[in-house]
Design a protein around this ligand. Structure first.
Ligand SMILES: NC(=O)c1ccc[n+]([C@@H]2O[C@H](COP(=O)([O-])OP(=O)(O)OC[C@H]3O[C@@H](n4cnc5c(N)ncnc54)[C@H](OP(=O)(O)O)[C@@H]3O)[C@@H](O)[C@H]2O)c1
Length: 244
């Protein structure tokens, strides 16, 4: 497929590598222009392009930008055809983006993002740590393969996103409509806990809005309790322990 990845950081950079390695034609861009896209992001054949050119003629656009940046991209998306699948990878952390009242008051993060962008989105790749996505993808059928929830209102768009999740080394799981995607937000039981396809449905079902937000907001203290040289396994265990 022809794919644009907007955002060339931890998430977008990895997706550009993985999706081009899987045979897709990938254009990638960041806020500071193509010259600031790292060489490692282009290692599997992705091309760095200007933001203004990134979304033209693409089947899929992956948004891997900080939460709150979608609104700044609305003009860019005005010329993108309805059939283009737009995938949102973002998560709301008020300390990073600043407080957004609608989301604080319970609006589902990707529903708010879709409003800002002015078009529907699929939510995927948000509920796995960047390091998990970079290092723990394995071929389909490998025992213990980590699953990633995918939520959307369009079944067609969801199927496209699910195939791409598979291409990046993870079992895609149909997590329902976009309005259901609060279950995969920070810091619910399904969020960055490296669960398999067998384990993920129960974790999504156990999500609890108030508790999950409280866990998210207690992350500074939880991180402070980790060893100084903490690993991705320590973070995953910390996330799992918050829901035991
Ligand atoms: N890190 C994780 O573990 C993780 C896990 C799951 C989901 N996520 C979510 O994934 C998204 C990206 O996170 P990240 O960790 O990859 O962040 P990051 O490393 O800081 O990268 C963000 C990228 O977005 C680009 N960007 C920022 N504003 C932009 C704009 N207005 N237009 C175009 N590009 C813009 C930046 O470009 P410049 O470099 O040129 O500034 C950068 O390439 C976030 O929403 C985050 O919540 C992160």
């Amino acid at each position: 497929m022809n794919i644009a990845v907007i955002g060339a950081g931890a998430i977008g950079g990895n997706l550009a590598v993985k999706l081009s390695a899987a045979g897709h034609d990938v254009q990638v861009t960041g806020a500071r222009g193509p010259e600031n896209v790292g060489a490692e992001v282009l290692a599997s054949g992705a091309r760095a392009v200007e933001l203004a050119d990134a979304v033209l003629g693409r089947d899929v656009v992956v948004l891997a930008v900080p939460f709150g940046a979608a609104g700044k991209l609305a003009d860019l998306f005005a010329s993108v055809p309805d059939e283009t699948v737009v995938i949102d990878t973002s998560n709301y952390y008020p300390d990073l983006s600043g407080r957004i009242d609608a989301v604080d008051n319970g609006e589902v993060e990707s529903v708010w993002n879709a409003e800002q962008l002015g078009r529907p989105v699929v939510k995927a790749w948000n509920a796995a740590l960047a390091e998990t996505q970079r290092t723990r993808g394995v071929p389909a059928g490998t025992p213990g393969r980590i699953a990633i929830p995918v939520a959307a209102d369009s079944e067609k768009a969801k199927q496209v996103a699910m195939r791409l999740v598979d291409d990046t080394g993870f079992d895609p799981y149909d997590a329902g409509a976009l309005a259901d995607s609060w279950r995969q937000q920070p810091n619910g039981p399904a969020y960055c806990t490296e669960l398999t396809l067998e384990e993920l449905p129960a974790a999504l079902a156990a999500a609890d809005r108030l508790k999950d937000v409280a866990v998210r907001d207690s992350l500074p203290e939880r991180f402070a309790a980790l060893p100084a040289d903490y690993t991705v396994d320590d973070i995953v265990e910390m996330n799992r322990a918050a829901h035991r």
